[in-house]
Design a protein around this ligand. Structure first.
Ligand code: URP
Ligand code: ZN
Ligand code: ZN
Length: 468
């Protein structure tokens, strides 16, 4: 067999897909995976570059389904842009990032998509977008149809953040109904706003509304109530729903129950809800850990990991929000005005691998399902992404399962934030070589900038059965 010019072979490693793993040589050319061959076969003629992956795992590039880039929340804007966030993503083994086109005040959902798409042209890795509807009007169905024609079939709805980006219940239901006709998928941030408002008002009265009080201002019941409500709407609309950043076992159980009734419903969680607990709000810089929903008690954190092991979480996204310590601190006396969210696009794969695979023996295939294959499926971009197989984009991570790295502080990472929530943590497992579209972009500590080659991905229709 002769391959085209600029071909590459990854030899000696263990290829891990979500449904199979084993020793294989991966042949790459024209930006695509061409073939997987037996490890002892001799290499075909025309290979320009051989990557020695002995002792390493060869993983499909991570797909981060939940990544906020240069996003304004309240009066704060996250610090990165597509160039810097994609570089950090690649360093962490993520080769596709999916951001949200959240309309600015006065902007339509479609205008937000067009604006974000331009920004995403600067990306160094593949990108896709979720649309977002804040307020229903008679133009929304056509806009959602036009988005679907542009390859955007996932649409974000927030049931909280009133007076900013919250969609009311009528809007949520109507968008679900429209997406059902378009074979789309609603991405829902589910927290009951009125329960949060009530909790916040009471705590403000007693002057307990600072970052240290964050967990109590957004109770688990607010999440459970909203999940239950949105599931009822989804069932009524015969639609499909994906709950972003679920934090507690009761909320996940509702999704599981709905799935047993035949509802197409999915759970995303995030590394921080599987590793970090609300005790951090009692420590010296609680503002660093303010995210919505908040970190939960240790029992929930361990319970969520248990659910990951039992196959009840479908994806793990970063919910990356690149704020600085100064931004976090400025209004830390009042969680209602301070910026929420934490940096995490770069650390997602390594911290999850270290905890779930190294410490807790999660099968490698399940790890790949959670960080790459399922996010690709739930964004309509599988098998272009999320698998190492002939015809797939050659987004590949040669991952060293033995490499230990101390996350001493943000200086060992590449995100624009000056802190990491995992500071002081020793992790095992780190990407060594990363290919994006068949090109080596990370080799050890070195970044080979491919330029603004970010590929925009188009979502395929989701159909009427569960995709994972
Ligand atoms: O705290 C978070 N998660 N901030 C980002 C916006 C969102 O709700 O995902
Ligand atoms: Zn959210
Ligand atoms: Zn988010």
């Amino acid at each position: 067999m002769t391959l085209d010019a600029s071909t590459l072979a990854i030899t000696g490693g263990t290829v891990v897909n979500s449904d199979w793993s084993g020793p294989a040589t991966v042949l790459v050319s024209d930006g695509k995976v061409q073939q997987l061959v037996q490890p002892d076969n001799s290499l075909p003629a025309g290979i320009d570059n051989v990557i020695d992956a002995r002792g390493k795992l060869v993983l499909p590039g991570g797909v981060d389904p939940h990544c906020h880039v240069a996003t304004t929340i309240g009066e704060f804007t996250t610090l990165d842009d597509y160039q810097s966030v994609s570089k950090a993503a690649l360093y962490g083994g993520t080769t596709t990032i999916i951001d949200f086109a959240i309309p600015l005040p006065g902007e339509s959902p479609l205008e937000a998509v067009r604006r974000r798409r331009k920004m995403a042209d600067e990306s160094r890795c593949s990108t896709a977008l979720h649309g977002c509807v804040v307020e229903w009007d008679e133009t929304v169905p056509l806009q959602l149809r036009q988005m679907a024609e542009l390859g955007i079939r996932t649409v974000k709805l927030f049931t909280t953040y009133r007076d900013e980006i919250m969609a009311d219940a009528d809007t949520v239901l109507k968008v679900l109904e429209t997406l059902a006709q378009l074979d789309g998928l609603a991405y829902v941030h589910a927290e009951s706003d009125y329960l949060i408002r009530d909790a916040q008002a009471k705590r403000a009265e007693s002057k307990h509304i600072s970052a240290a009080d964050h967990a109590l201002t957004r109770p688990e019941l607010a999440e459970v109530a909203a999940v239950s409500d949105v599931l009822a709407m989804t069932e009524t609309a015969k639609a499909s729903v994906y709950f972003v950043h679920q934090t507690n076992t009761a909320a996940v159980a509702l999704v599981q129950e709905a799935r047993r009734r035949g509802v197409r419903a999915y759970t995303e969680s995030c590394p921080h809800y599987l590793l970090l607990d609300d005790g951090l709000y009692d420590e010296s810089r609680p503002d660093r850990f303010v995210c919505c929903p908040p970190l939960r008690a240790r029992g929930q954190v361990d319970g969520m990991r248990e659910l990951a092991h039992r196959g009840m979480l479908h994806t793990l996204g970063s919910d990356h929000c690149c704020f600085s310590l100064a931004q976090k601190k400025e209004h830390a006396h009042d969680v209602r005005v301070m910026p929420n969210g934490m940096p995490g696009v770069e650390t997602r794969l390594p911290v999850l691998f270290s905890k779930l695979v190294v410490d807790e023996a999660l099968p490698l295939e399940r790890f790949v399902a959670l960080v790459a294959a399922n996010p690709a499926k739930l964004n309509g971009i599988y098998p272009q992404k999320g698998i190492i197989a002939p015809g797939a984009d050659a987004d590949i991570v040669v991952f060293d399962p033995a490499k230990r790295k101390m996350l001493a502080d943000a200086s060992v990472l590449h995100m624009e934030s000056d802190y990491t929530p995992y500071e002081g943590r020793l992790v095992q497992g780190w990407p060594e070589v990363v290919l994006s579209g068949g090109v080596v972009v990370i080799d050890g500590d070195d970044f080979y900038d491919p330029g603004p080659t970010g590929l925009r991905l188009n979502a395929k229709p989701f159909g009427h059965s569960l995709v994972c």
